[in-house]
Design a protein around this ligand. Structure first.
Ligand code: GLU
Length: 457
């Protein structure tokens, strides 16, 4: 049987890194087995879901190179949920309830005050049948709960191993609200069953839901899929990432210059392998992907480590991949030689601009020793230039001035690039070209010449 997995975001906000990781693990699982990935939008909560968020999530997934094979929206499948609900009702596995939210909250508080778990007391289940029928006929619209069977519910989790939960300690979940809309539980099970999902890979915040889901699968006459619940990410201090959603969206990282492969590699290797080591591609990640290797320990999302992986990805980015992106950023004169020269110095692709200006645009040279700069300018060899020009030139300057090492190279670097660090000048100098190099070295002179008479010191 082909494996089929799904990623099921609720389109109620932007994709955050925790969910992006779930999406990736599902995608890698499918890719590693030649399986199928379904993208399912859990949008039955019409008030909170939006098409714009669904579109933004899809775009972020595409950016991450997460490819899905099919897509559904739960909104389009309400009829199927209605059929399943009717079957559960016929089988006596759902029951109507009329408590108001305030009553439920009161019961909850009372239970907690007595040191008891806040489990729904099933008061609605104890209504007499005539009263229930009368309420259904003439009362306000009820909400409906799924009646859990008491006892242990267990499964072999691909990440957590054997899991056993006591249904007695859980509330019968509400499946349909008083306004007739479905909550998450039942539609999720109906979709997983109808669409032939073989493996459900999701965050460990769904462990309790899985116990409910297993009972629902069985009540509907389906055998449950295999489950894998991965540990949730925290920030570096161990705080839940959801508290910092704004800064931890895929969108914000992307806007901050994070490469898709860097994020994918980092997220996929968090919790297994070495997250600080960038993977060469998603395919490479898929080759040795094994969901059972993810541990139960909480992986910490470390932005500094991600930045480090990002730099690695840029340093290894091929010219063919960089070229269209640099063009889109307006760097039309960038060449393969230019990219080779600068990529090792980038933390973000946008940093290329700095070196682009050094090679093809304007910068402000720093000249601390105008006399040295002038002599160096005079010694610039004639063009054409290649990689050898740097050595020939610096040897000549050294011979004439007696400067060597840092004493020689730093003033030249500052004059030519305006900064104390950067790519090798051996590679930059031919790109800068003789005319620009000469002009930069003579900046101090030309500034003096341009200064109005009497304005000097
Ligand atoms: N919409 C749910 C969530 O985002 C899906 C959970 C699941 O994978 O079943 O948490």
């Amino acid at each position: 049987m082909t494996s089929k997995v799904r990623f099921a975001p609720s389109p109620t906000g932007l994709l955050h890194v925790g969910n992006a990781r779930t999406a990736l693990l599902n995608a890698l699982f499918a890719r590693s087995l030649g399986g199928h990935l379904l993208l399912r939008f859990d949008d039955t909560d019409l008030a909170r879901s939006s098409d714009d968020f669904a579109a933004a999530i899809a775009e972020d997934l595409r950016w991450l190179a997460v490819q899905w094979d099919s897509m559904i929206r739960q909104r389009d499948r309400l009829a199927a949920y209605g059929v399943a609900f009717a079957r559960l009702r016929e089988a006596g596995r759902v029951y109507p309830c009329w408590e108001t939210p305030e009553e439920l909250e009161y019961k909850r508080k009372r239970q907690l005050a007595r040191g008891r778990p806040p489990v729904y007391d099933r008061a609605a289940l104890r209504l007499s049948e005539p009263l229930r029928q009368q309420m259904l006929a003439t009362g306000p619209r009820p909400h409906w709960r799924f009646q859990l069977q008491q006892g242990a519910v267990g499964w072999d989790d691909l990440v957590r191993g054997r899991v056993e939960l006591e249904a007695d300690r859980m509330s019968d979940p509400v499946v349909v609200r008083a306004d007739g809309t479905f909550l998450y539980m039942l539609p999720s099970v109906v979709d997983d069953a109808d669409l032939g999902i073989t493996h459900v890979i999701r965050g460990e915040d769904h462990v309790n839901n899985t116990a409910v889901h297993i009972q629902m699968f069985e009540a509907l006459g389906h055998s449950p899929p295999t489950f894998a619940h991965v540990a949730l990410l925290t920030d570096i201090r161990g705080q839940g990432l959801s508290k910092r959603l704004g800064s931890m969206t895929v969108r914000s990282l992307r806007e901050g210059g994070i490469e898709p492969l860097a994020l994918a590699s980092y997220l996929a290797r968090l919790g297994t392998g070495d997250p600080a080591q960038a993977a060469p591609s998603l395919d490479a990640l898929a080759v040795d992907f094994d969901i059972t290797r993810y541990g139960r320990a909480t992986p910490k999302f470390d932005e500094d480590q991600l930045a480090h992986v990002n730099a690695q990805v840029l340093h290894g980015l091929a010219w063919d991949a960089a070229a269209p992106r640099l063009r889109a950023l307006g760097m039309t004169r960038a060449s393969a030689a230019f990219w080779e020269a600068v990529r090792g110095n980038l933390a973000r692709l946008e940093d290329t601009r700095l070196w682009y200006d050094v090679c093809f645009g304007e910068i402000t040279p720093t000249i601390d020793d105008p006399a040295l700069a002038e002599r160096a300018a005079r010694l610039l060899p004639p063009e054409p230039w290649d990689d050898a020009v740097w050595q020939a030139w610096t040897q000549a300057v050294r011979a004439e001035t007696g400067r060597k090492g840092k004493e020689l190279f730093m003033p030249l670097r500052l004059a030519l690039t305006g900064r104390p660090h950067g790519p090798e000048l051996r590679a930059l100098l031919p790109l800068i070209g003789r005319k620009t190099a000469e002009r930069r070295l003579r900046t101090a002179q030309s500034q003096r010449a341009a200064a109005p008479v009497g304005a000097g010191r």
